[in-house]
Design a protein around this ligand. Structure first.
Ligand code: ADP
Length: 346
């Protein structure tokens, strides 16, 4: 564990411009093994928020590559649990990217390899894409994203799809999403999405909430009953592949194939669900801008009850945010006043 710890420091700290040798060796070997040619330059990119991972761009004679490297948290030395968790996370990301690419509807980086680092930690190697962040985006890219997303949402699921769920669990931020199949969407959403978030929040915050706990329990129970009712009319709809974590930070414009620019998505948390679930997060964190929604709904109109169901889906994201970050983001709910989340949501 002394060894693990010193590698954690190597991965974690030091000069941000330097590239730890361990990353050079393992990932470069992998690129060369995959036929990527000789790696000539390795740069740590600072483009994204990248809370848990470090991101490196590898320029090789045969192409450019990007690796996400799971690092240890500063507060806790890495353990084998952490190592396995990061590998699970990357495995789910790889599976998700592959599922999206298989639909042929949206561009996304092609995952190339998954591996562990010799002394702990893991990496996901993929095709590098020259992203232009959505902050500087143009209507053409937003329309292209909407068209691609709608096409994916309209596609019949493959034979491997067993209802609502996915072949394995995945992660939304750091939160595990259990994806065990269910033929009823209302059941699935309440049992595998909302209830676990409520349970996690209860465990996490019961001490700091003190007397507010009873309120929280009651509101949680009511919210779950309401959600179940609100989703019942769409419980037997046809499942479709979802990106699952579609917000402005997880997509961007890239040079187009046959056109100037088009959209590409990354960092998904895919599952088979109701298409409209992807629209909930897409209107949070600032949203995508008018051309996206106009184009999407011209292809897939809002079904009756859409706005009400959006509130149920958003509640899931609010709870996840609360569980991950311990605080709200402008919707009135704070750790001290959790009621705000639910009363405004449902
Ligand atoms: P994390 O899950 O660690 O937050 P992301 O997948 O969100 O990492 O990626 C972090 C940043 O790296 C993104 O904001 C994006 O700008 C960039 N990025 C992600 N994937 C690629 C890729 N395949 N090629 C180039 N840049 C990428």
């Amino acid at each position: 564990s002394r060894q693990l710890h010193s590698q954690a420091q190597e991965l974690d700290g030091g000069d941000s411009g330097s590239v730890p040798g361990v990353l050079r060796d393992v990932v470069i070997e992998k690129i060369e093994e995959l036929g990527g040619g000789k790696v000539q330059q390795v740069q740590e990119t600072t483009a994204g928020p990248g809370l848990h991972n470090r991101h490196f761009k590898y320029t090789a004679t045969g192409g450019t590559f990007m690796a996400k490297i799971a690092k240890a948290s500063r507060s806790s030395p890495p353990t084998n649990d952490w190592r396995e968790a990061s590998l699970d996370n990357f495995f789910a990301e790889q599976t998700g990217l592959e599922a999206i690419l298989e639909t042929g509807c949206l561009r996304a980086p092609k995952p190339l390899a998954l591996g562990t680092l010799p002394l702990g930690g893991s990496f996901l190697l993929m095709e590098h894409m020259p992203f232009i962040p959505f902050g500087q985006s143009i209507p053409e890219v937003l329309r292209n994203l909407a068209e691609g997303l709608a096409a994916m949402h309209l596609q019949d699921p493959p034979p491997s799809c067993g209802g609502f769920g996915f072949v394995g669990d995945n992660f939304l931020g750091g939160t595990r999403q259990v994806n065990t199949w269910d033929s009823d969407f209302s059941n699935f959403f309440v049992e595998r999405r909302l209830s676990p978030q409520f349970a996690q929040a209860r465990t996490k915050f019961q001490d700091s909430w003190g007397t507010k706990n009873e309120d929280f329990e009651r509101i949680g129970r009511e919210a779950i009953l309401t959600a179940k009712k609100v989703l019942e009319p769409v419980a037997n709809s046809k499942p479709a592949l979802l990106h699952g974590d579609l917000w402005v930070g997880n997509c961007g414009g890239v040079p187009g194939e046959g056109r100037l620019r088009e959209a590409a998505v990354f960092d998904p948390a895919v599952w088979y669900g109701l298409p409209e679930f992807d629209l909930a997060l897409a209107t949070m964190f600032g949203g995508f801008g008018k051309p996206f929604y106009e184009t999407y709904h011209a292809i897939i109109p809002k079904a009756p009850g859409f706005e009400r169901r959006m509130r149920v889906y958003k509640l899931y994201h609010y709870l996840n945010h609360l569980n991950l970050h311990g605080a709200g983001f402008g919707h009135g709910g704070t750790v001290e006043d959790p009621k705000g989340y639910y009363e405004r949501s449902l």
